[in-house]
Design a protein around this ligand. Structure first.
Ligand code: 7PM
Length: 288
């Protein structure tokens, strides 16, 4: 008998993860799955693997349309993991979930080696906070033939929150994303495979983040689907005074605003709650 991954390879490319945007007629919910490193003291070698796979099942059961698996903490000031650390965290989790849950997986990485390895074991999309600017990343994504999310970030995760400045944040983010879309098209990536993301919190002050959310139409105007990641972010903390674990109401309000301004993918931690919000928005649209 063929393994699910093998069977999919034989059957040809799986349906485009984004085709359901149009079929479903509603924004898609992308569940965040961070594979955090093992701690030294507890569970041992496979603790983070087990935790991540279990959480992937939870996200799928809550109704995620896509699950984004990442092994690089892009927390401000964080140092990136080595290539081997990142491969070791991400690839086994993608491989297990591709066999176990019926939800498409994206891999949150900037490294061509991780893109190739994750797609080989069943990932069907690449989400890159560096928008394929790392050496070899654009060529790898083009060769893999999968959809790609291109995110805006000013500087690097290590330095991005040290006094970010823009002349006009909305214009600069839009111009950057337009340039990356052009680079992808020139590299042979199909336009239907592109998604853009303004990168909330990535080299932006609260004022920058609010300007981008209020003017999201500048980004949707690029003509490709827009993903937003607002869930639990520090901008929600700054607006509400809440610690990271208490930011769900603020995150849901931000999700409503983003959808009403044209976002088509919501990258969130709280999938079930976000699906409830979308059910209400959708019902109102249907009545209008
Ligand atoms: C620590 C701090 C860990 C921040 C993880 C994060 C986005 C993303 C991330 C986003 C896209 C988080 C971030 N954020 N990819 N990856 N858009 N496309 O809050 O906003 O999940 S990592």
């Amino acid at each position: 008998m063929l393994s699910p991954v093998r069977a999919r390879a034989v059957a040809g490319p799986s349906p485009h993860p984004l085709s359901r945007t149009f079929a479903a007629g509603r924004p898609l919910v992308c569940g965040v799955l961070n594979v955090t490193p093992d701690s030294f003291s507890d569970g041992g070698r496979f603790a983070s693997f087990d935790r991540a796979v279990e959480h992937g099942h939870v996200l799928a059961a809550e109704g995620a349309d896509l699950i984004d698996v990442g092994g690089e903490s892009t927390r401000p000031g964080a140092r990136p993991p080595t290539l081997l650390e990142e491969l070791d965290r991400v690839v086994p989790v993608v491989e297990a979930l591709a066999r176990q849950v019926p939800v498409p997986l994206s891999v949150d990485t900037s490294r061509p080696e991780v893109m190739r390895a994750a797609v080989a074991v069943g990932a069907s999309m690449v989400n890159d906070v560096r928008a394929l600017r790392s050496p070899g990343a654009l060529a790898a994504a083009a060769e893999l033939g999968v959809p790609v999310c291109l995110m805006h970030m000013q500087r690097s995760p290590e330095a991005m929150q040290e006094d970010p400045r823009y002349r006009d944040v909305v214009v600069e983010v839009r111009t950057f994303l337009a340039e990356r879309v052009r680079a992808c098209l020139d590299a042979g990536i199909r336009q239907e495979h592109l998604v853009v993301d303004p990168g909330f919190g990535f080299g932006k002050t609260l004022a920058h983040n609010l300007a981008l959310l209020a003017s999201l139409d500048a980004v949707t105007g690029l003509g490709v689907p827009v993903m937003v990641g607002l869930s639990r972010k520090s901008m929600i903390g700054q607006l509400t005074g809440r610690a990271v674990g208490d930011r769900l109401p603020g995150s849901l309000a931000a999700a409503v605003v983003a959808v009403q301004r044209g976002a088509t993918l919501l990258r969130v931690h709280d999938v079930a709650a976000t699906r409830d919000v979308l059910a209400v928005l959708d019902a109102v649209d249907g009545a209008g």
